[in-house]
Design a protein around this ligand. Structure first.
Ligand SMILES: CC(C)(COP(=O)(O)OP(=O)(O)OC[C@H]1O[C@@H](n2cnc3c(N)ncnc32)[C@H](O)[C@@H]1OP(=O)(O)O)[C@@H](O)C(=O)NCCC(=O)NCCS
Length: 144
């Protein structure tokens, strides 16, 4: 269950600036901005408000072998370990269309791996050669 001080809601165009303030790579990476913009338009981007401020966001896509895939999940540093990432995943799991939800993260990302383990995601393969120094681990959660 999401914590009571957190409000998860669909992102709107007006949230673009707040999303960018959470995640510094949004300003640097055009690809990420385009992905967020198209997810907002498709109602596949969620933000979490904590104390009235946007604390994190997540994006669901279906362009991973035509399967539901959490393409982006980011919590502002100051809001981490307060259940924000957990709340986003819980919402995305409810919003997905199919019977399983995929995501991926780099092997070195222990925080994301711990979050996925805590929500009962299972390993679903490894992609080499994206970052030669850090394998990409794929995870899946089967849902009804
Ligand atoms: C990974 C990330 C999304 C986690 O978000 P978060 O809001 O801090 O996670 P939560 O507070 O919901 O954590 C839920 C549980 O996950 C686990 N967890 C989360 N971060 C952890 C960490 N740094 N170390 C160990 N366990 C961790 C814990 O079990 C935690 O429960 P607890 O706090 O009661 O012990 C966040 O660290 C982040 O945005 N990182 C940068 C972007 C990123 O790596 N995105 C992942 C996609 S590549």
């Amino acid at each position: 269950m999401a914590r009571r001080d957190l409000l998860v809601r669909l992102a709107a165009t007006k949230d673009r600036r707040a999303i960018s303030a959470c995640d510094p790579s949004v300003a640097r990476e055009l690809n990420r901005r385009e992905l967020i913009d198209s997810a907002i338009a498709a109602r596949q981007c969620w933000v979490v408000e904590r104390g009235g401020a946007v604390a994190g966001y997540g994006v669901l896509t279906t362009n991973f072998f035509a399967r539901d895939f959490v393409a982006l999940l980011f919590v502002a540093e100051a809001h981490r370990r307060n259940g924000v990432g957990n709340a986003i995943l819980e919402t995305v799991e409810q919003a997905r269309r199919g019977d399983r939800l995929f995501t991926s993260t780099s092997e070195s990302n222990l925080a994301m791996r711990a979050l996925l383990t805590s929500r009962h995601y299972e390993p679903s393969g490894t992609i080499l050669n994206l970052d030669p120094a850090d394998a990409e681990l794929v995870f899946v959660k089967f849902l009804r």
